[in-house]
Design a protein around this ligand. Structure first.
Ligand SMILES: [Zn+2]
Length: 305
């Protein structure tokens, strides 16, 4: 074995050893920092916002960094075998790489497919745990969709009707103290540049020029604010490589109207399936809310996560 190879191995093993423990530390530290920030966020609503925007991101990165730590750690085991031949070095390098990638990929899958469910449960808990009146410590009551309208201004109601924003109204029935919390709705609407509410919705689409194999097309989009009535027109390029959203019709079809029922349900669960295999689940307080939602519903309005 050549001297250079031996020197190289020594340095490599040192870097891999310290690097793996360093990254393990970073990974654990990320987890701890996340937890500290969660506790420091304060109110349940602040915690909700913090968890919904950060938890998956932070946990995922913590695991990815851990995967690199695993890769480095494996790169300094069996040091005597490596000294025999550089072939062993590459075998170890390759195996460590595969195992690191495998760990990272499994973590990715877990966060994409399994984790949303427990996360949702956690968010629901943060959102629906009874609020406490900061002035007298009374437990507050969450108003139903019908009751809350009295406390929301017209713009807020328009946002709720567009399902772009969901407001929770908590009330202390003794003192009439009201606390309003703003949550993201099921559908997206743009923020109106005149009134500032999230009520700007696509109202018309017209293809000015069909995209061909050789040239881009053009589509005219018209947005209307359901609150202040502002109309905004925009011409968007349809790229020649992408399939235009022309065959949007039939994306969401309802066969029957299951919402016409005489019994009073406690909650209404809606599952929407698209012919492209997307499945979306929603929950509503009553059939009226659910039918209003379905009238608004369009797969194109969903947030791409
Ligand atoms: Zn507006």
């Amino acid at each position: 074995m050549s001297e250079t190879y031996k020197e190289f191995l020594d340095i490599w093993h040192m870097i891999a050893f310290y690097g793996s423990f360093g990254l393990l530390g970073v990974s654990i530290l990320m987890y701890i920092i996340y937890k500290v920030r969660y506790v420091a966020a304060g109110s349940l609503k602040a915690k909700y916002d913090f968890v919904s925007t950060n938890e998956v991101k932070w946990y995922q990165w913590s695991h990815f960094i851990f995967a690199i730590a695993v890769f480095l750690f494996l790169n300094q085991i069996r040091q005597e075998t490596m000294a025999l031949s550089s072939v062993w070095f590459f075998i170890r390098l390759f195996t460590a790489f595969c195992l690191g990638i495998l760990y990272g990929y499994v973590a990715f899958l877990v966060f994409k497919y399994y984790y949303p469910k427990p996360l949702n449960k956690k968010l629901k808990h943060l959102r629906y745990t009874p609020r406490v009146n900061p002035n007298n410590g009374n437990q507050m009551k969450l108003l139903s969709e019908e009751e809350e309208d009295a406390y929301l201004d017209e713009g807020m109601q328009a946002e709720e009707d567009a399902f772009s924003v969901d407001y929770d109204v908590w009330i202390d029935s003794d003192t009439e103290y009201v606390q309003i919390e703003k949550y993201k709705g099921h559908l997206t609407a743009l923020e109106c540049d005149r009134c500032g509410f999230q009520t700007l919705k696509l109202s018309k689409e017209e293809i000015l020029k069909h995209p061909s194999e050789y040239a881009d097309g053009e589509i005219k989009k018209e947005y209307e604010c359901t609150y202040c009535g502002r109309i905004k027109r925009q011409t968007v390029r349809l790229s020649r490589t992408s399939t235009p959203e022309l065959d949007k019709m039939g994306d969401n079809m309802l066969i029957d109207d299951p919402l016409k029922t005489t019994t009073v349900p406690v909650s209404v669960k809606v599952e929407v399936l698209s012919n492209r295999g997307q499945i979306k689940n929603y929950e509503f307080q009553n059939t009226k809310e659910a039918s209003k939602f379905l009238e608004e519903f369009d797969f194109a309005k969903l947030d791409e996560e």
